[in-house]
Design a protein around this ligand. Structure first.
Ligand SMILES: [Zn+2]
Length: 451
C-alpha cells in the first residue's frame, strides 16, 4: 500500500487541530483587545436585549449571511463530528410557534407524552415562568430521542431573549427539571470607513453596514445635519459599533454605535459614546454633549418638500403662512419623537388628520400631522425618548399626498424647525472630563489601528 494514503487520517486530524487552535487563538486575541470601559458601557445599557425587542433587528437573511461568512467551515466540521459520535441515536426536533388563543397545555397535548408527564412539565415550568403570559409568537422547541424504535421527549426549550433560554430536561427518573440558561455571547467591534457617493444611506448600504446601524447613525446626526443639503459627494464617515454573536442559535444582534465621525467638506462631526453618572450619551472630542434638545428632521431619508413661511396652499389655493415644514416620504415611513417628552395629544385633529403632539418642556412642543397610524403603545401621557418611533407617515386630513407635516411650538408660537438654534447638552467637567479625554484617546487610537 502507498504509505502516503495511510497518512491521510493523520493529515485530517492535524488540520482539525490547527483549525481549532487558530479559532481559539483569534478568539483570545479579540477578547484581549476588548476595552474594559467599552464593555462596562454595553453591559449597563443591555444593548442585546434592547435590540432584540426592537423592530430594528436585522433581517434573518442578513444574520445568516454574517454567520455563513464567519463560521462556514467550522459548522461543517462540527456537524460531521456530531454524526460520528452518535450514529444510532436519532434526534427529532419539533418547533412550535405559539398562536393566538393557544395555551402551553394545549400545545403539550399535541406532543407525544403521557398525562402525568404533561402535569410534571407544567408544574416545573411554572416555577420559573408565568405560563399565563406566554406570548403569541413564542417559540417552543421539543427534542425527541429515538433509540431502538422508542421515542422519548428529552428536552423542551423556550428562547426568552437573545441570550437567555428556559430549558426543561428529562432526568434519569424520567422527570423534567426546569432551569434558565445564559447562552454564551461573543462580541466584537466592527469598523467601517465609507465614502459617500450619492447619499449617506445608499453608500452605507453599499458598504454592507447593517441596517439598524445605519438608522442609528442617521438618528445620531439628525440633530446636526440636514441630510439633503449638507452631504456632498466624497464626504465620508467612520463608524464603529458592536456585534453580538449567539453561536448556539446562529443569531446576531447589533449594539450601540461606540464611535462615529462624519467628515463633511466644512466640518467634522466626531462623536464618542461615553458613560457618565447620568447614563450613556454621545460627546464630541472636547467632552461636550452632542445631543440637541430637538431633532430638526424627525424622520429618516425624507425630502424637505415644503419649507416654513408664506406659500400658496396646495389645496386651499390662496397664500397662507405655512407654520411647519413638510417632509415627503412614503406612507408607513417611521416618524420619530424629536426630543424627550410626554404625549400631550394623540388622535384625529381636523385638517391635520391623524396627529400627535409632544410636550418636551415648559417652552417646547412638537407636532406631527397627516400620519397613517400611531406606533403601538403610544398614547396620551406616555413618555417618549428622542428618536423613538411614535407614528407613521400618511396622508390623512387635508393633504395632497403622503408626507409628514412637522411643527415646533416655542412658547405657544410655531417656529421654523430648520432655523432653530437650541443649546446643546451639558459639557463634561472635572474628573468626568479627565476620564472621558483618556477614554476618547484610547478609542480613537483603536479606530486608527483597525480602520
Ligand atoms: Zn405642512
Amino acid at each position: 500500500m502507498n504509505p502516503s494514503i495511510l497518512n491521510i487520517p493523520k493529515i485530517i486530524v492535524s488540520i482539525l487541530v490547527l483549525f481549532f487552535a487558530y479559532h481559539f487563538f483569534s478568539l483570545g486575541t479579540t477578547l484581549l483587545k476588548e476595552n474594559k470601559k467599552i464593555l462596562l458601557i454595553t453591559e449597563k445599557k443591555q444593548p442585546i436585549i434592547d435590540k432584540l425587542n426592537n423592530e430594528d433587528i436585522e433581517q434573518k437573511d442578513e444574520i445568516d449571511q454574517v454567520f455563513n461568512e464567519k463560521n462556514a467551515e467550522q459548522t461543517s466540521i462540527l456537524e460531521q463530528q456530531k454524526i460520528d459520535i452518535s450514529p444510532k441515536i436519532i434526534t427529532k426536533i419539533n418547533e412550535v410557534i405559539v398562536k393566538k388563543n393557544q395555551t402551553f397545555d394545549s400545545i403539550l397535548k399535541n406532543e407525544k407524552i403521557t398525562n402525568s408527564m404533561r402535569i410534571n412539565i407544567i408544574t416545573e415550568i411554572s416555577k420559573l415562568y408565568n405560563l399565563k403570559k406566554l406570548p403569541i409568537g413564542q417559540k417552543i422547541i421539543f427534542n425527541y430521542r429515538e433509540k431502538d424504535q422508542n421515542t422519548k421527549l428529552v428536552k423542551i426549550t423556550l428562547p426568552l431573549s437573545f441570550k437567555e433560554e428556559l430549558v426543561l430536561e428529562n432526568n434519569l427518573d424520567n422527570k423534567f427539571i426546569a432551569k434558565k440558561i445564559d447562552l454564551p455571547i461573543f462580541s466584537e467591534k466592527k469598523i467601517f470607513k465609507v465614502n459617500i457617493e450619492k447619499s449617506l444611506y445608499q453608500s452605507a448600504v453599499k458598504f454592507k453596514v447593517p441596517n439598524s446601524v445605519i438608522i442609528d447613525l442617521i438618528r445620531l446626526y439628525s440633530f446636526d445635519v440636514d441630510f439633503q443639503r449638507d452631504i456632498r459627494v466624497n464626504d465620508n464617515f467612520v463608524v464603529m459599533y458592536e456585534v453580538f454573536y449567539n453561536e448556539q442559535r446562529r443569531e446576531v444582534a447589533f449594539g450601540n454605535i461606540l464611535y462615529s465621525n462624519l467628515i463633511l467638506q466644512k466640518r467634522e462631526l466626531e462623536y464618542f459614546l461615553f458613560e457618565t453618572s447620568e447614563g450613556i450619551d454621545y460627546f464630541d472630542r472636547k467632552g461636550k454633549n452632542v445631543r440637541k434638545a430637538l431633532m430638526k428632521t424627525p424622520i429618516d431619508g425624507a425630502r424637505l418638500s415644503s419649507g416654513f413661511g408664506m406659500r400658496k396652499h396646495p389645496i386651499l389655493g390662496y397664500n397662507v403662512k405655512h407654520r411647519g415644514v413638510d417632509f415627503a416620504a412614503p406612507t408607513g415611513t417611521p416618524v420619530f419623537a424629536a426630543g424627550n417628552g410626554k404625549i400631550e395629544f394623540i388622535g384625529t385633529n381636523g385638517a391635520y388628520g391623524k396627529y400627535i403632539r409632544i410636550k418636551h418642556n415648559n417652552s417646547y412642543k412638537t407636532a406631527y400631522a397627516h400620519l397613517s397610524g400611531y406606533k403601538k403603545g403610544i398614547s396620551k401621557s406616555v413618555r417618549v425618548n428622542q428618536g423613538e418611533i411614535i407614528g407613521y407617515v400618511g396622508s390623512t386630513g387635508r393633504s395632497t399626498g403622503p408626507h409628514l407635516h412637522y411643527e415646533v411650538i416655542f412658547n405657544g408660537k410655531k417656529i421654523n424647525p430648520m432655523k432653530m438654534k437650541l443649546p446643546s447638552g451639558k459639557s463634561l467637567k472635572n474628573e468626568e472630563l479627565n476620564k472621558f479625554l483618556e477614554y476618547s484617546e484610547e478609542i480613537f487610537s483603536f479606530v486608527i489601528k483597525n480602520i
